[in-house]
Design a protein around this ligand. Sequence first.
Ligand SMILES: Nc1ncnc2c1ncn2[C@@H]1O[C@H](COP(=O)(O)OP(=O)(O)OP(=O)(O)O)[C@@H](O)[C@H]1O
Ligand SMILES: [Mg+2]
Length: 489
Amino acid sequence: MTIETEEIRLEPCEPGALTPDELRTLFLFEKLTDEQLRWLADHGCTMRVPGGGLVVREGDPAESFFVLLTGTIALTRRVGADDVETTRTEQRGVYMGATQAYLRDDGVPRKYQASMRALSDSEFFTVSAADFGRLMREWFPMAIHLLEGLALGIASSQAAIGERQRLAALGALSAGLMHELNNPAAAAARATGALRQRVAAMRMKLGKLAAGKVAPDRLTALLELQEEVIERAAKAPVLTAMQTADLEDELGDWMEEHNITGGWDVAPVFAQGGIDTECLSQIEARLASAELLDQAIHWIGYALETEQLMTDIEDATGRVSSLVSAAKQYSHLDRAAHQWIDVHGGLDSTLVMLGHKIGEGVRVVKDYDRTLPQVPAHPAELNQVWTNLIDNAVHAMKGQGTLTIRTYREDDTVVVSVADDGPGMPAEVRKRVFEPFFTTKPVGEGTGLGLDISYRIVVNGHGGDIQVSSEPGNTRFLVRLPITEPASV
Ligand SMILES: Nc1ncnc2c1ncn2[C@@H]1O[C@H](COP(=O)(O)OP(=O)(O)OP(=O)(O)O)[C@@H](O)[C@H]1O
Ligand SMILES: [Mg+2]
């Protein structure tokens, strides 16, 4: 039975069982006045827990303050899939539970930070969190100010570090995005330059054609021919490099036979458009004039080329828009914070955003179950999780390997698995990966916060779970997200 499902069965507690003098023997209370001890004796009670029993569960509302009287206890914290024992003690007087109940209530109920189990039959002196908080504030007002300052300091330095990590991640990401955007933008600019030249040349050619005493009906025929060829090019099957080279040769020969000026230069344009010699012969037949044929071939060549350049521009600008929309989806700039989402959108946009980082050497396998239900989530936060997991996987594989992203349903959860075939990690690393600042990267390279943040997003923010399994060649992070709305989201 795991701690999450285990029931807490405490014996009823006995109020006023300890006298002020007995309480004074506990180191925590030794300096209290008689009056204070009396108050404590009246408000506290004594509780017995049989060996093996769970006393408090991590994450439950912190309702009581405990002082150990007899017995042995162990404290554990949940780290990833494991319960890690942090303390084991039989020291009389140690305290735990609602130890921070005296801090000013900022509207968020405090929770137990660890689970506590009695390892042998144990006895505790307990006070309710409310009473404990009240006595601390009333009896030690100055100490409370100092403690509050300390707690605030720790919280704000944690927030600052988290913010810093997010900024660093954002910086790396926008650098990647800029790189990705640069290629299509440069391609579009190049194609536009070439297009301008071709269009200028076409205007000249049109002038020549018109001046060449071509009968108007011939000119009309030529224009019709041009449209047919372009339509044909648009539907042309994609050829292999080898097939294209063969076609170029054939076309070049045909042009040479028909004395087309610069025939070998225009041949590749026709080959790319999927135009074969048969089609050229049809053109020849339709024109029935050797002189016009030369002009017509070049004219159609230009038309094909401009068409191809415009397709290039369309592709490049399309790529720019799809990158921008991936970036938008990734950061969810345009949406509300918490919503019902299909996990695949976020996974895909994260993959696009990290495209540059993933690189050529990594094969990405997507094994999605498209029938998965939507989950209640903060999409931008989940994208941080996917980013951290994918980033770690790519780093582990050193740019070479297979990254497998799988989604499937298990009971009432949607599972996202991010797996890599890198070297994996030894058990002592695996146990610690979710700890803040744990990293095996050289100083300055990794913050060791990636998985800590991911853990907090998935577990605290979404009521889900994140687990890792690893052996050489197979490291797998499993993120489970509940498909029903948890109270905390
Ligand atoms: N897929 C993986 N394969 C092998 N080791 C991993 C993998 N994912 C995480 N680790 C180990 O877990 C450690 C902690 O990961 P975490 O993402 O928290 O920090 P980091 O990657 O070291 O730093 P940062 O995320 O700031 O770059 C890593 O240093 C690495 O040793
Ligand atoms: Mg990392």
